[in-house]
Ligand binder design. Structure first.
Ligand SMILES: [Mn+2]
Length: 312
């Protein structure tokens, strides 16, 4: 692996998708970010990249929405980024790795598997170093506290840090239902729309899609999508650090993903994804890891659906 990628990445025991494509040919590049040092309630997301790879190896790669099988999509899994306990150093390493990945594998779409939500700050900083990015966050929480337990780089602050540091052109948060006044005020002041899960449950996904489409009109380079697994209802995703009842269903999330990815492609935007906060230590029967793997499969299906189908 070129440069710092060889220094900061170590191969996983199982590749996402099973077959390892040549990195130079890859349509999708995967990296695990097994960092969970600021988890405030139930730590263990460091085990998620391995658990999600294992889940991915045991589900079908067929997407009913597009009628395509993504088994033949060329995926290269770079393994996991090295873990250090200091949040600033960890985020610096992640940002450098992301910048290198984009530099060396320009045509590929990056997919990152967390780890706690803090890693998204490092990802978005790495992306911002290459081209402007808009950010769509799916999360039960706003993650807009100025600090949490004295730590400004806590998972509970990640979207605020990204906004304050000007790392995203625009931000929209979807699926929210758990936040404090400080966070709602910050979102309002910064003009960051958030669509509560209840509006989607009662009125359908259109309200969220419309808001994201408004954002995409103002995006010039890339759409990064960050999916905190706690956006799902705990009935579907019990294995997360901070579960909150009355969340979205897989159908809601996949419907949003497919429309948003299609719209971003129509606008000529690059795409990238992170899936964070799955916690195998508190999961039930591995269902959260399976759902995380399926979420990545649906994202890739939405991404490649124009060029692949079941017959070709
Ligand atoms: Mn969350």
């Amino acid at each position: 692996m070129p440069g710092i990628l060889g220094l900061y990445l170590s191969p996983a025991s199982l590749y996402f998708g099973g077959v390892q494509a040549e990195p130079s040919e890859a349509e999708v590049v995967v990296a695990g970010l097994p960092y969970d040092s600021t988890s405030s309630y139930r730590p263990g997301t460091r085990f998620a990249p391995a658990a999600i790879r294992q889940a991915a190896a045991n589900i079908e790669f067929y997407s009913p929405r597009k009628g395509i099988d993504i088994e033949h999509v060329k995926i290269h899994d770079f393994g996991d980024v090295v873990v250090v306990t200091d949040a600033r150093k960890q985020l610096d390493i992640i940002a450098r790795v992301v910048g290198e990945l984009l530099g060396h594998y320009r045509g590929a779409t990056p997919v990152f598997i967390g780890g706690e939500h803090t890693v998204t700050y490092g990802i978005v900083r790495g992306l911002a170093g290459v081209a402007p990015s808009c950010l769509l966050v799916l999360d039960a929480h706003l993650d807009m506290r100025s600090e949490y337990m004295g730590d400004p780089y806590s998972h509970a602050c990640v979207v605020r840090r990204i906004a304050e540091d000007g790392l995203a052109e625009r931000i929209v948060v979807v699926g929210t239902r758990a936040y404090v006044k400080e966070e709602a005020v910050f979102a309002h002041e910064r003009g960051i729309p958030h669509i509560d899960s209840l509006r989607i449950i009662r009125g359908g996904v259109g309200v969220a899609i419309d808001e994201v489409k408004r954002m995409l009109k103002e995006c010039s380079g890339r759409l990064h999508i960050s999916i905190d697994m706690d956006v799902y209802d705990p009935a579907y995703a019990p294995g997360v650090g901070n579960p909150e009842p009355e969340g979205l269903t897989p159908t809601h999330v996949f419907d949003i993903l497919h429309v948003v990815v299609g719209e971003a492609l129509n606008r000529g935007l690059a795409l990238s994804l992170d899936v964070v906060e799955a916690n195998p230590l508190v999961d039930s029967a591995g269902i959260t890891s399976v759902l995380a793997a399926k979420t990545i499969v649906e994202f890739i299906a939405a991404l490649v659906s124009r060029t692949k189908n079941m017959r070709g």
